[in-house]
Design a binder for this molecule. Sequence first.
Ligand code: NAP
Length: 248
Amino acid sequence: MRPVADRIVVVLSGGSRGLGMAIASRCLNEGYIVATYSRSASPFVKKQMELDPDRKNFFWSEVDATDLQGVKRFVTEVSERYGEIGALVNNAGIGVEGIFASMRLSDIDLCVDVNLKGTLSLTWFCSRFMIQRRGGCIINISSIAGIRGQSGVVVYSATKAGLDGMTRSLARELGPRGIRVNSVAPGYFESEMVNGLNEAAKARITRRTPLGRLATVDDIAAVVLFMISPSASFITGQTIVVDGGLTC
Ligand code: NAP
């Protein structure tokens, strides 16, 4: 194993399950150090912490993305422990569904707080370390909901389109500092977030998808790993859609 100083530290929000867990697993397999948080420890998190009691490869903390002080403490601890932050993957997000005019204002606030404000604050803290280091890479997990209109997901779509806007402008600010910023916009994949979709809805999405199936978390995680890697060193400010052609 390479010494810590030679290894890239990937900060990942929401690495406990779903897509975040798949990204964390792939990063660990490829020799990255993973520092992640979520509100609760999943079986995956508990297993990684048992396998790595000294936190050489995997660090997890209980943080709510809406708690600014908690996010700040997390980033400070990661930077003190590992000395740098090489990549940031903004993955934590929640889906809030409902016809807009009948939604509770508190649900609108929560979705904006987690998906948009939570991402902006984590990025603010991490980008300061990347600027000092004069390099790094930021990936925002947005969604095809931020690109195509769909009834019932107005607020979620607004937050995801917001992330894509942030990607483009931040890429312009940070490009001269050697930092790349991109979005990965998945179509539907199986996770707790889409548990609400019934079989008929899944069949409809499959029918409309040229590649004929829903994505797996690994389809998306593979693209995230590519975007972190030096192979993507000339890509910035882009939204990479990974949806089997659903929106083409
Ligand atoms: P998921 O299975 O629900 O996992 C979400 C992760 O984020 C969990 O680790 C969760 O842990 C964490 N999280 C949620 N709220 C949090 C908060 N307030 N503070 C800290 N951590 C929080 O979701 P997923 O389906 O893998 O989605 C991952 C990303 O992909 C999201 O940004 C989502 O919008 C996007 N996406 C999903 C789909 C899809 O079809 N599933 C499609 C397009 C885009 P805790 O609950 O323990 O906090």
